[in-house]
Ligand binder design. Sequence first.
Ligand code: 5RP
Length: 223
Amino acid sequence: MEELKKIAGVTAAQYVKDGMIVGLGTGSTAYYFVEEIGRRVNEEGLQVIGVTTSSRTTEQAQGLGIPLKAVDDIDSIDVTVDGADEVDPDFNGIKGGGGALLMEKIVATPTKEYIWVVDESKIVDHLGAFKLPVEVVQYGAERIFREFEAKGYKPSFRETEQGRFITDMKNFIIDLDLGRIDNPVAFGKELKAMTGVVDHGLFNGMVDKVIVAGKAGVTILEK
Ligand code: 5RP
């Protein structure tokens, strides 16, 4: 599995060219993409500016010497490469398994070419077997949790050994155990309309290319 993630990450790095502004994703697959960009910066003199999607990726990129800018300081991003937790045939997906969905969506939005890197286990017919992360502000989070419970969405607060997981943006994550999401677009809108919900892990139709590494080789799905 680790080898497949590495293949997907390194394959995606081929889309990065000199002079580009590059969105750097978060997670164990995007990690290999960032490593490869770092290698090219150091060994080949690749000139890029990175825009990161989490404090974890910022740390990694800084360690590799990749020059960085904040998303507020650029007009657009040429290409962003990130991981995903599930991808359906309509190019809808679930992200946020690593808790970085808000920064990831903020970086994806001004991106011209948005690419996901996944191993073949992430390709599904329907979204929802993976618990859907919802980022909520801390104030009033218990009320949102109870609302989710009442709607039958089987919520759970994301926890760490130290207590509740807190995102880079200082919010909580509530994971919804939905089983199957029949209409991701409508469901995304429903969640977004709830006061206190900052964003959710449904990335509907945002991705342009999905690089899938499988035992039989690499497949590139294009929208
Ligand atoms: C982090 C994410 C990740 O991109 C997603 O969880 C996939 O991670 P991995 O490649 O480790 O399976 O959305 O918030």
